[in-house]
Design a protein around this ligand. Structure first.
Ligand code: SF4
Length: 473
């Protein structure tokens, strides 16, 4: 069966223009479908034109029997707009929708977006394959675990599909399905260099934590499933030999989760002459771990801190202490790693101006190389969504386009702040750190090389554009 899997376009401002992540999740599903006899293409509208004429001519060329999207809450409407184009071209093409938003709201998604026919809930590979196989045999969707569909004017949600136990059974994501020349540089800030050929890599799926704002468990379930080191290394070798990638952004939610495995992977990375970066948690690292990582080619680590207020950290179930934050940044810097910190303004609706002051204070203490401050978004399916709903701050009929941490204008408020104030606080935190003499001096020193000058000039312009010119929708 001919299948197209697509990622819808997303608002991209100065901050992301040069840092689009490859849709490795779609490449993984496509590889799985193709390994099982289908013929799948991946269209990425984050980097490719999604105008009606282009979509139509691509449909003419590809003539898919099945179309599938992955979408976030903020891109679900964009996905549906393209689904409309597909249906106008040929109303007989069934359209699947997967990703965090549809997984959290399968019934609402099918009721709200009439051009989607079937929802893939959670992990995509096996459910998408079952759907394709059923359609090929002209059989109905009934009984496909992890799916939802319409039947006689009602929505049927089938039993949940168990997560894939052995990730090693999946083929490597097929990156050859992407137009790789459209993804330039690393998808994470701070990694300049014209010779950097970067891709994303998942060595595990899921997370064992329960932060109230996080959507991960809706897609991958609770708990972590690991690929074996040999399977991961096989994919890296393929990426190096087939595509020339020399840098890997490890997209695991917490890459350093199991020490013995981390050690084994680091030993193998070292032999591969590659660089890499990852996200991790401050409670899972120490000097020894960072040294091991640095010796094996790690150049950067990013941590979700979210707040400098112990009260807020408790309420959002982050389960970290501020001393762990301090120690992690100190140890990372000592090991020579670039550091990035993520914070959220309004991560709990009871956040006060005093909590914000504590956030600013911890940022000044840890001095991350890169700071990203998001405005809280209560994504459907999260505990935070329920809390916000209980308080009457959202009602489930908000414009999904506003559910964008960086570019949305919140349609909600918290106890203390209205949406516009949350944006002002976000800007204030960013500027009060980035404009300190300490930080400006740090950037000035980095700009003394040709590559550094090019990278930081463009990054600074993008940042200023984001703060002062871009309009929040
Ligand atoms: S925010 Fe990070 S640590 Fe918390 S649940 Fe999500 S992935 Fe896990």
């Amino acid at each position: 069966m001919k299948i197209v899997l697509a990622r819808p376009p997303k608002t991209q401002g100065g901050l992301e223009k040069s840092s689009v992540q490859q849709p490795i999740n779609l490449c993984s599903i496509a590889a799985y479908l193709n390994a099982n006899g289908h013929n799948t293409e991946v269209w990425d509208f984050e980097v490719e034109d999604s105008g009606p004429e282009t979509v139509r001519s691509r449909l003419e060329q590809s003539r898919p029997d099945l179309f599938g999207f992955t979408a976030l809450t903020a891109t679900i409407k964009a996905a549906h707009e393209i689904a409309c184009l597909v249906k106008v071209y040929n109303p007989e093409i069934p359209i699947m929708i997967g990703g965090p938003h549809a997984s959290a709201t399968p019934k609402q998604t099918l009721e709200e977006f009439l051009n989607f026919d079937v929802v893939v809930i959670g992990e995509g590979e096996e459910t998408a394959l079952d759907i394709a196989n059923r359609l090929e045999k002209n059989q109905p969707y009934q009984g496909i675990f992890g799916s939802a569909y319409r039947e006689k004017n009602r929505v049927v949600i089938e039993l949940a599909r168990p997560v894939i136990k052995s990730l090693d059974d999946l083929p490597y994501p097929d990156r050859s399905l992407l137009k790789l020349s459209l993804y330039k540089g690393a998808s994470t800030p701070g990694l300049e260099g014209e010779n950097l050929q970067s891709t994303e890599l998942f060595t595990s799926r899921g997370c064992a934590e329960k932060c109230i704002f996080c959507t991960v468990k809706g897609t991958f379930g609770l708990g972590v499933r690991f690929r074996s080191p040999d399977h991961v290394i096989g994919e890296i070798i393929e990426c190096k030999e087939k595509f020339g990638f020399n840098h890997f952004t490890i997209e695991d939610d917490t890459f350093t989760y199991r020490k013995s495995r981390l050690k084994e992977l680091c030993q193998k990375f070292k032999e591969l002459n590659m660089t890499w970066d990852c996200d991790t948690r401050v409670d899972q690292v120490d000097e020894e771990t960072f040294k091991l990582m640095r010796d094996s080619g790690c150049v950067k680590v990013a941590f979700g801190i979210e707040s400098g207020s112990p009260r807020i950290l408790r309420l959002i179930k982050k389960r970290i202490e501020l001393d762990q934050v301090r120690n992690a940044f100190k140890a990372a810097r000592k090991a020579g790693l670039i550091t990035q910190a993520f914070f959220i303004v309004g991560s709990h609706p009871t956040e006060t101006i005093e909590d914000i002051k504590l956030t600013k204070a911890i940022i000044r203490e840890i001095k991350p190389d890169f700071l990203l401050v998001n405005v809280m978004v209560p994504f459907p399916g999260t505990e935070l969504y329920d809390i916000m709903k209980e308080r009457g701050y959202i009602n489930g009929t908000e414009d999904w386009n506003k559910f964008d941490c960086l570019h949305g204008r919140p349609a909600w408020r918290t106890d203390m702040f209205i949406g516009d104030q949350l944006i002002e606080i976000q800007k204030n935190i960013l500027l009060s750190y980035y404009l300190t003499p300490f930080y400006l001096w740090r950037i000035f020193k980095k700009m003394l090389t040709r590559e550094g000058f090019k990278y930081y000039t463009s990054a600074t312009l993008g940042f200023l554009k984001y703060l002062f010119i871009e309009d929040r929708k």
